[in-house]
Design a protein around this ligand. Structure first.
Ligand code: 6R9
Length: 650
């Protein structure tokens, strides 16, 4: 990048924490001081929230950077920490999971129930020859058995590799081969958009290319017909017949817990490796601190899929290690109607919701009247993750979901960081719409310029992490060199996150999207996030994605794809008028340099399964190229919709 990022957007609104929450918050401002005085001592205190079979000797071994070892010599079992210890404390009858299937079937699972299933699955996997250190692939819908599968692997020390249900056979087989997995756990299918969709046929196709797979364990969810081969075993005939007695053995703090692949833009997916003690310490602590989780009264709901790191850390390991009661939902937010999420909040009296900006913007598009139909008064805290949240989406979330009373925690982190890194603390921080605010206690995040120098308040640049953290990735599976090259070579001695960021005049952090997406217009760096946020601040716009397209005069020109809100007339002349108005609105909000060359009104945007906008594909459209790799798209018909419905304005 030729010069540092320009910062255009100004935000002056600020919301202090509610008094009642601040008075009883799990974590107070003292945590920042404690961690600043003794960062490693602070993390040791957090590690003591867990139950260790053998205490560690050294908190951090950083003698061979960037290869970290945390809690060296310590031993623990992750599943024991998530299940057995709560039961031993007399909490076995507490609900762990209120599960809601898409068709409306439900299951209530206590900690004792979950423990029983996990022990059975641990015994069944052991009988199938899975031992500590083996890899198990998991390709499942959002059913309780998915959580059981992860925990059973953790219990016996097998390393799980979850692949999003719905990724192609190619994507699945590539990931199985990369990790040489021995077993796949899957289901016949799952429910999505009111229909059973098949998973087993995709597994069959993938496994045909994977000689390392010895067994395929299949949960019956939909009851659809499936082909049956000699590696296949039904879950109900193996796991549910296995003994429910299983004693968890402790593993080394650095034992590999899981691999999770990040897609990247073009290159081969990277198998991000997480280990045991540091990972659990940080996800457990951040779940307790950022969500102010009170296990006796809260009903927590993270709407993520288990195939995304958010599902690993804030459905499985964080909440269960803290003994939380949570909601797990199988399906899509608009099945059978667009109020399904809020109906679920009302039904289970959810107190905390953790979701993604994509979902919030979709709800804005569908209209304010939908959440208004439900009783959301149980909610006391809201969270956001996955992309920068546009200030107007933040305000909408606060008003229409949080009734102007719930603090919002905008949490920045990555598959690679394992747990939340930058976020407000709900009882401490006065939040600003669109800002992730400050690094959590014990985390050293910074914004640096091209030379790796910290930028002053008011400056912009690259987000880096200056010190190792407990839940950091340990390497890329099988490729230490790529680990070093990707994350540790851009700036000497710092982890390079790949995101642009700015630090405002108060020193608060604003995430600006991936640095690969930054646009260079007439010599000025402009972030996609800021132009998108300016568009979303217009009352007619629900969602926007912005890309830089090659332009003969300006180098790159801004091209915006915009989804109008539900009630907005956007056909014919009304559409042309809206486009003209939006171009002027951006110029007025951010300055003439940011005025889009072109705005297209579209019905949908291409997104990954975790809801991130795939700007790369939009750049292909904007530059009239044929589309690149679409295998990680959530809905492959979206690009046709965009191409056929284009209304362009110049
Ligand atoms: C947890 C997760 C990581 C990338 C990350 C950044 C973006 C995530 C964000 C955010 C702005 C936030 N991202 N949270 N950007 N504000 N609160 O999403 O992991 O799927 O690996 O994605 O997501 O660009 O670098 P992952």
């Amino acid at each position: 990048m030729s010069e540092t990022l320009e910062n255009l957007l100004q935000e002056n609104r600020q919301f202090p924490p509610p008094d009642e929450l601040a008075a009883s918050a799990n974590v107070t401002a003292a945590a920042y001081d404690e961690a600043a005085a003794d960062r490693l001592g602070f993390w040791e205190t957090q590690a003591r929230r867990l139950s260790w079979a053998t205490p560690w000797e050294t908190v951090l071994d950083w003698s061979n950077p960037p290869f970290a070892k945390w809690f060296v010599g310590g031993r623990l079992n992750v599943a024991y920490n998530c299940l057995d210890r709560h039961i031993e404390a007399g909490r076995g009858g507490k609900v762990a999971i209120h599960w809601e299937g898409e068709p409306g079937d439900t299951r209530t699972i206590t900690y004792a129930d979950l423990h029983r299933s996990v022990c059975q699955a641990a015994n069944a996997l052991t009988d199938l020859g899975v031992t500590a250190g083996d890899r198990v692939a998991i390709y499942m819908p959002m059913i309780p058995e998915a959580a059981v599968a992860l925990l059973a692997c953790a219990r016996i020390g097998a390393t799980h590799s979850v692949v999003f249900g719905g990724f192609s056979a190619d994507a699945l087989s590539g990931r199985i081969q990369d990790a040489s997995a021995k077993v796949v756990i899957t289901a016949d299918g799952g429910y999505r958009r009111g229909k059973p969709s098949g998973l087993k046929p995709i597994v069959d196709e993938a496994v045909a290319l994977c000689p390392t797979i010895e067994h395929v364990l299949v949960v019956r969810r939909t009851g659809q017909e499936v082909a049956w081969g000699d590696k296949d075993l039904w879950w109900h005939e193996t796991v549910e017949q296995a003994s429910p007695e299983h004693e968890a053995q402790p593993f080394d703090a650095e034992h590999p817990l899981f691999i999770l692949y990040t897609s990247g833009t073009t290159a081969k997916p990277k198998g991000i490796l997480h280990t045991t003690g540091g990972y659990l310490t940080q996800v457990s602590y951040t779940h307790h601190a950022v969500f102010d989780l009170k296990p006796d009264t809260d009903v927590f709901w993270c709407t993520a899929d288990i195939g995304w790191v958010t599902g690993h850390s804030y459905i499985v390991y964080g909440p269960l290690s803290n003994g939380a009661t949570q909601i797990m939902y199988e399906g899509t937010p608009d099945t059978p109607h667009k109020g399904r999420f809020w109906e679920i909040v009302e039904k289970y009296r959810a107190t905390i919701v953790y979701t993604a900006p994509t979902l919030i913007r979709t709800m804005m598009k569908w209209g304010d009247d939908i959440p208004a139909k439900f009783d959301l008064s149980s909610l006391r805290l809201l969270g956001s993750v996955g992309e920068p949240i546009n200030p107007e989406a933040w305000m909408w979330y606060r008003k229409h979901i949080g009734r102007d009373a719930c603090p919002i925690v905008d949490t920045w982190w990555q598959t690679e960081t394992g747990g939340i890194m930058i976020s407000p603390l709900p009882g401490v921080t006065a939040t600003k719409p669109g800002s992730a605010m400050t690094p959590l206690p014990g985390i050293s995040a910074d914004v640096v310029d091209d030379q790796g120098q910290s930028v002053p308040d008011g400056g912009g640049g690259y987000l880096v992490l200056r010190e190792p953290w407990p839940s950091m990735l340990r390497t890329i599976w099988g490729d230490d060199k790529r680990f070093v090259d990707t994350y540790w070579s851009r700036f000497e001695g710092m982890y390079f996150a790949g995101d642009g960021a700015k630090r405002d005049s108060d020193g608060h952090l604003w995430l600006l999207g991936r640095v690969d997406d930054v646009m260079l217009v007439s010599g000025h760096n402009i972030s996609t996030t800021e132009v998108e946020s300016a568009l979303v601040s217009h009352p007619s716009v629900a969602e926007a994605a912005v890309v830089g397209a090659t332009d003969p005069t300006t180098g790159q020109a801004i091209v915006a794809f915009t989804i109008p809100r539900g009630h907005v007339e956007s056909e014919g002349e009304a559409g042309e008028a809206l486009i003209a108005e939006l171009r002027n609105h951006v110029a007025k909000t951010l300055g003439p340099i940011a005025k889009p060359r072109q705005i297209m009104l579209v019905p949908e945007l291409p997104k990954t399964r975790s809801g991130k906008i795939m700007r790369r594909l939009l750049r292909d459209v904007a530059e009239n190229r044929s589309l690149g790799d679409v295998t990680t798209l959530q809905d492959s018909t979206v690009m046709d919709l965009i191409a056929s419905g284009l209304k362009t304005g110049k």
